[in-house]
Write a protein that binds this ligand. Sequence first.
Ligand code: GTA
Length: 327
Amino acid sequence: MAESAAKRRTDSGGSGDLNVEVKKLKPDHGNGRQEAESGNILSAFKTSAVLNDSAREKIIFIHGKVADQDAVVILEKTPIRQDSLDELFSGSTLKLEMRNDIYSTYRLQAPPHLNEIKTTVVCPATEKHVKKYQRQESFLVEETAEDYQSITLPYIQKQSFSVQWVYNVLEKKAEAERILYEDPDPQVGFLLLPDFKWDQKQVDDLYLLAIVHQRNIKSLRDLRSEHLPLLQNVLQKGKEQILQRYKLPASQLRVYLHYQPSYYHLHVHFTKLGYEAPGCGVERAHLLTDVIQNLQSDPRYYETRTLYFPLRADDGLLGKFKEAGKL
Ligand code: GTA
């Protein structure tokens, strides 16, 4: 996140008081009907542990409880927008910290609407969510085609995160107003919408997701040459939409799939090239253009190849690879 981080504020505002306004979302029990309420879900949040934090990225992942339900809260300082600078300079109070020769430092107190904290709440959170956000060592796994069939596939069929949120998006039961584009074709169609990591305030950290309509493609591993029209369509129309809406040409985009993903319904990440999005490293991200070429040269490329990916120390799948003597 180096480029964006450099643009973020370095004054944390001090006390750690949680005085943020959030929309309270009633758990939707899987049917996607969410009711927005005014109020502050975090006023009832009791912190039990900080799972991870980064002073450089200005982000903290917290585990706690809301009533008797486990929850994970992610607080993240957002980048300073260029178009807010005039208001920031004229509408803030400035407190001098020190002055020395030509150098001086201040604490700038910005108007509240220019000093928001992006807040993500996962509630109720499963143990798997808590583990996902916890700081942990990672290990690189080597997965042959046979390992996928005997270790990974049985594991993900039983243990993966629910994809209910994906179905809610596809069925317009949630986030319908956030959808930027839809190609409704059942075979090659997809929806394009902002990833929930992006607050859409600036394009510096642009992050969109393309979620395909086909429901039987779990991940990169399931891709075959028959999926080429789908992948080409996502790449082409995704790029066109981003150029039209955000004036970003394809040369400014990183378009990729994760292997392993967290959610086993095929989706493609579109991020701005200069933004180091979580999970964009070579050990996890596969450029869509490479995926297309690999399938063009070998229709069974992803069925047969050994694939490498990182897993966190207490990931159950890592345990399965260890049990099988693969690590
Ligand atoms: N629009 O409800 C949703 C939603 N959910 C539940 C997930 N996503 C959603 N988008 C919308 N609505 O990019 C997004 C995720 C992710 C993508 C799934 O779907 O933000 P993936 O299957 O390849 O899984 O992609 P991935 O990349 O592991 O998931 P994720 O959540 O991005 O986690 C990777 C790492 O990113 C985490 O370990 C953590 O370090 C970091 N991270 C996660 N969430 C946040 C956050 N809110 N803010 C900052 N960093 C985060």
